[in-house]
Ligand binder design. Structure first.
Ligand SMILES: O=P(O)(O)OP(=O)(O)OP(=O)(O)OC[C@H]1O[C@@H](n2cnc3c(O)ncnc32)[C@H](O)[C@@H]1O
Ligand SMILES: [Mg+2]
Length: 216
């Protein structure tokens, strides 16, 4: 399998929380992360039907446009009792419906994200199933690393199981972290130090596989 050489690697993400975690996880390997935003790369539409498809689509897009190897992460929260929702729609659950301006033309501004709203929606849908509904959930992370020249991509996946709590707790991390308590912990991801999250998270597991396969 082709190895990732030290040097520039585009992080094909526009999520600052994710970019920070990826930079921390890559810290020890002599790789220079450059974010898609640093390169002014646009955010592609996530038209895939799976985490893997969306990760590959984002990494290919950034590698082709930048000429550097690119790493994308597609991830999300999957709630058992909601048949895996929000899943690949995890980011979209945090977006408000696009406002329709007075002239009737759809606006082109990106809808701002509100994870308070997304977490509330998870809780509301779970509560509607009654007090006995399972609160089991897992985070999934699919990483795709694509090279620009021959279009080759390698994919790695990780997951972490846990349960959902309400109300949200903690101010570290990002996204759904304040309602997710991983197995064998009493803290939410948002209450943990980053090092602890990196020891057990879905992203850390996928990274462990990537490092073992692609970095000497
Ligand atoms: O596509 P990019 O630009 O990378 O950024 P994004 O935020 O849109 O990322 P995704 O499309 O992969 O959507 C995943 C969403 O799932 C949530 N998520 C993923 N990993 C998470 C984590 O470690 N902790 C909390 N929430 C997470 C988070 O809300 C993300 O916005
Ligand atoms: Mg996205």
């Amino acid at each position: 399998m082709r190895k990732l050489q030290p040097g520039k690697l585009v992080i094909a993400s526009h999520n600052p929380g994710k970019i920070r975690e990826i930079a921390e996880l890559l810290g020890p390997y002599g790789i220079e992360p450059v974010s898609a935003a640093d390169l002014d790369l646009p955010d592609p539409e996530e038209t895939g039907n799976s985490f893997v498809d969306n990760a590959e689509l984002k990494a290919r897009f950034a590698a082709d446009l930048s000429g550097f190897p690119a790493l994308a992460d597609d991830s999300g929260l999957s709630v058992d009792a909601l048949n895996g929702a929000p899943g690949i729609y995890s980011a979209r659950w945090a977006e408000a419906p696009a406002p329709v301006p007075a002239d009737g033309e759809p606006g082109d501004a990106e809808a701002p994200r509100d994870f308070g709203r997304a977490m509330q929606r998870v809780e509301t849908e779970l509560a509607a199933l009654g007090p006995d509904a399972s609160r089991d959930a897992h985070f999934v992370c699919a990483l795709a690393l694509c090279w620009p020249d021959d279009g080759q991509c390698e994919i790695f996946e990780g997951r972490v199981h846990g349960t959902l709590v309400w109300p949200p707790r903690g101010d570290k991390g990002f996204g759904y972290d304040p309602i997710f308590v991983p197995i064998d912990s009493d803290k939410t991801f948002a209450e943990m130090d980053p090092d602890r999250k990196h020891a057990i998270s879905h992203r850390a597991e996928a990274f462990g596989k990537l490092v073992a396969a692609l970095i000497d």
